[in-house]
Write a protein that binds this ligand. Sequence first.
Ligand code: ADP
Ligand code: MG
Length: 340
Amino acid sequence: MTEAVTPKTALRLQGVRKSYGQVVAVAGVDLTVEEGEFFTLLGPSGSGKTTLLRLIAGFERPDAGRIELAGRDVTSTPPYLRDTNTVFQDYALFPHMSVADNIGYGLRVKGVAKPAREKRVQRALEMVRLAGLGHRRPNQLSGGQRQRVALARAVVNEPEVLLLDEPLGALDLKLRQEMQIELKQIQKDVGITFVYVTHDQEEALTMSDRLAVMSNGQIEQIGVPVDVYERPATEFVAGFIGISNVITRNGVRLVVRPEKIRMLAEGEDPGPGMTVEPGHVEQVIYVGMTTRYLVHLERGEHLVAVRQNMDALGDAQKFEGRPVRLAWSKEHTFVLEKGR
Ligand code: ADP
Ligand code: MG
């Protein structure tokens, strides 16, 4: 008999709340993360991401609610008895230990014998592409390499859930983008469940299987990246992930993403089924790969349209002040939930 392959739940939060005095940091969070998932908590600074991660790790106790890891209630379990590991933004490596000893530290504490430990450390070093650098001290590594050591040190323990709090936050943009791809690949390879915290929208969209968008200690929306971007449930989500572009029609709040809007040439027929809005270009912003046009509609609202810079003409500025008609297909608009 073959059993149906149902995904197992790695983490479940139910009604989790945490306040610090008057400040409600986490205001009742429910969520489920499946085994092997790359799950991201995305939100602006102060939205409660770190507090939620610390609650999962056990560094904080919730005021209310329940936390389960692999089906086991750990709400009152101390951190060292939870099957989690945390990677912090500042790496927190031991400066006086070699890279290999840093990575093997957790295994040594757990009493894993030296030969087995060395084998696992070696594999972890290869996984993060630092084979051959095990003898170095952390201060003999670059920022990106140090971040990899921190990752290897956590992954080597094979926790049920790996918690990562803005782990790429200290890296410059280019390295950060490289590490996003690498980190995602490593996660796929090892198959460990990741709960990843970031305030960076693009990072969340790039890396996550699913993400939760947080605001004021609450989850505004949970979904796969495409859903959250293409069909944001609330005005907050629409504005936080990408450019919000909200307009009102007959009392209904609609969103249309900038890249879905066409700027019609003079006299151009938009074709059937398109919504057309006249206005004038108020601002032209060159952003390298694209140019953004801020358009003031005749009906009073503003929309942003984006165009790819196919030809490097650099003459987009001449559009400023000009009349323009914007066109988009109805299927590219969506209605925001009322009152949110
Ligand atoms: P994020 O990680 O999304 O930036 P945090 O979880 O760090 O958000 O913080 C959420 C809210 O809780 C903020 O208003 C913050 O000031 C407050 N907060 C977090 N930790 C503490 C603490 N130890 N004492 C008091 N307030 C805190
Ligand atoms: Mg934080």
